[in-house]
Design a protein around this ligand. Structure first.
Ligand code: ADP
Ligand code: ZN
Length: 745
């Protein structure tokens, strides 16, 4: 027997080794093996098995097995191969992205003491305890009431040393004490288990039935679950997963950002308990490799996580759910492989015969198009669960508002101010969206107009009032001192303009001194703990106004939040990118969906300077179909996705002239080769310099009407960019391939 072995190197091939007789029964696809590779012994992964080898040279033996079980599944290996081809990235590099960095790292999960009440036969014993050891009696009461094992540490509010008290109870034979392994850092990212009595409405039932039926077929079945915000999509996932587990299959739930979705994780934990693994960037290397191996062993049946959870090595995968599938965080842009977890999930599901649910209130235009073209089955939840009404939306034209009031440059319109006042009086909560962090995003010289820029990026520095710093939001460059004078004309007329969350926060504090305000942006949510404590405080009613960037727009469910204010809906609308309109529409729609999710009806105030812009106008009407039709016809006209396949070649380097001339050289070499493709560039990117790197791009588009599966564009990219080093000799510059890029800036 022979084995194909892949190594984490930057090549596209695998290498053949002979399997020694004593290992034949153990070596499987996905096994890690040690082999001689060139001058050294190294570890590789078995990716294929065969009886014969066509290789004519000397074939070495596999030296040994690393683990006692395969650390990958054959389907996952197929997926890695597909990604390598599709995203034109060496196999080893894809492997690196998929597997935890150091699988050999040891991790012993911490243990915690559990206690459970024993059945009592003699009430008199208990009476005696009540008299002689009242503390023990009190603790026992609580343990007995729960009827299940509970963590000893959860009794802390009853006794300062609950373990001691429990030991006393154990001596009296009233309880059993035992140690249990607690899983890595799950509680840190979830709310407490959320228990719920579920009864589906008719729309939900239709969706659940369709998903369960597709699971029964065990064939690839992709769905678009389009459910308005608050329609109860989470309960559909829960039911799908339940069905899937009953079939002895496994499931993956992808969330746009794990730390933002403690509610979903908490809900899953309540239903499925310890079969859930969380997979996110905050796990340590050791926790990662431990979790990975436990998934391989079959300890975990459901993996919830951010985009890389799509690679979880689950066997018999039955269901993948992608929550908020339109979110750009599912795309990895750097380093390679530059993949989209949604597309990878669809591919994985075809290999596994699994069902996929792409879920959103505002699907990506791609998925919407794919549903129109019958590539996705459509499931619709048109109503909020439990009869909650959709919010009433007010669109405020800031220009005319300010003309009327004479208060130019006001951040709050009269209407929004009144509504905030009203909710504060009624003790209802308010969510405010300002999608820009910091205090002032632009610092400009009042005399010569020069803007203070990041020295490494061609981007304006943002003033942060906390610590009086100027910060670049792209590379993190910080200048501690405020700029007093213009470096260009030396005058001292520096103007701090534009509005970030910090400025809104200080205006709120001035205007509504009685309100308790919390700010949620990357600066305050630096740690997931910070984020969770803010969200918990808001859920508990300890905060009146939650102000934040797009972080607050997603997925959150707060019953008492009845007013949403979007302070400047136009932010980002005018970026020169074909997706900017779609993004802003989705953001406004999602944010509006946070209002009035229960009995009390909600209201939304959207402030804009361009009330007639189709994005703003239709978002304010919550008319998704109308806007999507407009957006689709624009994309069609300009041959953008989803009407075409797109690839972007990005050329970067420290020397502007060198990058420019390399781009020209590539373009010349390609000249005449791209029959049937549309080409844009080479041209400098909109953000022409980031992190000291100048950036140029060439964009290729291939119309779906002539290239339905994208083969033509793929072949072109593979033929011309597989071997970048030899072909173009970029030297110190880099050539990056982005297939299906999300943005062109
Ligand atoms: P979405 O994700 O679609 O915005 P959620 O899943 O957060 O909506 O559901 C909104 C609220 O309605 C949640 O509190 C949820 O628990 C509740 N809910 C939804 N469906 C049901 C159901 N079938 N039974 C009980 N409660 C439900
Ligand atoms: Zn910078």
């Amino acid at each position: 027997m022979f084995a194909d072995v892949a190594f984490p190197i930057s090549g596209f091939q695998t290498f053949t080794y002979k399997i020694p007789k004593d290992l034949v029964s153990e070596v499987q696809i996905g096994s890690r093996v040690t082999v001689q590779f060139g001058p050294r012994k190294t570890q590789g992964i078995v990716t294929g098995l065969k009886n014969e080898s066509s290789f004519s040279g000397k074939i070495k033996d596999i030296a040994g097995l690393v683990d006692n079980l395969p650390i990958m599944t054959p389907e996952l290996w197929k997926l890695i191969q597909w990604m390598s081809q599709y995203y034109v990235t060496p196999l080893g590099q894809v492997g690196k992205a998929v597997l935890p960095k150091n699988l050999s790292t040891r991790y012993n999960p911490p243990k915690s003491w559990m206690v459970q009440a024993k059945p009592i036969f003699d009430d008199e014993d208990l009476e005696a305890v009540k008299k002689r050891a009242p503390k023990q009696y009190e603790v026992y009461q609580k343990i007995w009431k729960v009827k299940k094992p509970i963590q000893v540490s959860s009794l802390k509010d009853l006794a300062s040393n609950p373990l001691n008290v429990c030991r006393g109870l154990e001596k009296r034979k009233l309880v059993t004490l035992f140690e249990e392994t607690s899983l890595p850092d799950i509680t840190g990212f979830t709310f407490d288990p959320i228990h719920k009595k579920v009864s589906f409405n008719s729309h939900q039932q239709v969706a659940v039935d369709a998903i369960c039926k597709s699971l029964d077929k065990k064939e690839y079945s992709p769905f678009l679950l389009h459910g308005v915000t608050g329609s109860g999509k989470t309960e559909i996932y829960v039911e799908g997963v339940r069905h899937c587990l009953a079939q002895k299959r496994t499931a993956i739930i992808l969330l746009p950002e794990i730390s933002l979705t403690p509610q979903i994780a908490g809900r899953f934990r309540a239903v499925f308990g310890d079969t859930i693994a969380l997979w996110h960037s905050k796990l340590t290397q050791a926790q990662r490799s431990w979790t990975w191996k436990e998934i391989c062993k079959g300890t975990f049946k459901v993996v919830i996580g951010a985009r890389s959870a799509v690679f979880a090595p689950l066997k018999h995968l039955g269901l993948i759910v992608i929550d908020e599938e339109q979110e750009s965080s599912f795309r990895q842009d750097s380093p390679a492989p530059r993949y989209h977890a949604r597309d990878v999930a669809l591919m994985r599901a075809t290999y596994e015969g699994a069902s996929v649910v792409l879920s959103s209130a505002t699907p990506s235009l791609e998925s919407y198009y794919n549903y129109l073209h019958k590539k996705l089955s459509y499931l619709h939840l048109p109503e909020r669960y439990g009869g909650a009404k959709y919010p009433h939306v007010h669109l405020v034209d800031m220009l005319s508002d300010q003309e009327e009031s004479g208060k130019y440059g006001q951040i709050f319109s009269g209407l929004l101010q009144d509504k905030i006042e009203d909710r504060l009086n009624k003790k209802e909560q308010i969510i405010l969206l300002q999608n820009r962090r910091g205090y002032s995003p632009v610092i400009r010289c009042g005399d010569c107009g020069e803007i203070v820029m990041c020295p490494q990026c061609k981007v304006a520095l943002t003033f942060h009032s906390k610590g009086s710093q100027l910060i670049c939001h792209f590379c993190g460059h910080i200048e501690i001192k405020q700029r007093e004078t213009c470096i260009h004309c030396r005058c001292s007329n520096m103007k701090y303009s534009g509005t970030g969350t910090q400025r809104v926060e200080s205006i709120l504090e001035e205007t509504f001194p009685q309100a308790r305000v919390a700010r949620l942006d990357m600066d305050t949510a630096g740690t997931s703990q910070g984020l969770i404590s803010i969200l918990k405080a808001f859920a508990n009613g300890e905060i009146d106004i939650l102000l934040g960037t797009q972080m607050i727009a997603k997925g959150l469910d707060f019953p008492n939040a009845t007013l949403v204010g979007i302070i400047n809906a136009d932010l980002g609308l005018h970026l020169p990118d074909f997706r900017s309109g779609e993004r802003i529409f989705q953001l406004i729609y999602q944010a509006s969906g946070r209002a009035g999710r229960r009995k009390i009806p909600g209201e939304v105030v959207i402030q804009t300077y361009v009330p007639d812009n189709p994005v703003i106008k239709n978002a304010a009407k919550l008319d998704m179909i109308k806007y999507y039709n407009i957006a689709l016809s624009e994309r069609n006209e300009l041959k953008y996705p989803p009407f075409s396949w797109m690839a972007k070649i990005e050329i970067t380097g420290e020397n502007q002239i060198a990058v420019d001339s390399l781009s020209e050289r590539i373009s010349k070499l390609l000249n005449g080769k791209y029959k049937g493709l549309d080409v844009l560039g080479p041209a400098p990117c909109y953000l022409e310099k980031l992190r000291n790197q100048y950036r140029f791009q060439i964009v290729f588009k291939s119309l779906k009407s002539i290239d339905p599966n994208g083969y033509r564009l793929h072949k072109f990219i593979q033929d011309n960019f597989m071997d970048i080093q030899k072909k173009y000799r970029p030297g110190k510059n880099r050539i990056n391939i982005h297939f299906d890029p999300l943005s062109l800036i």
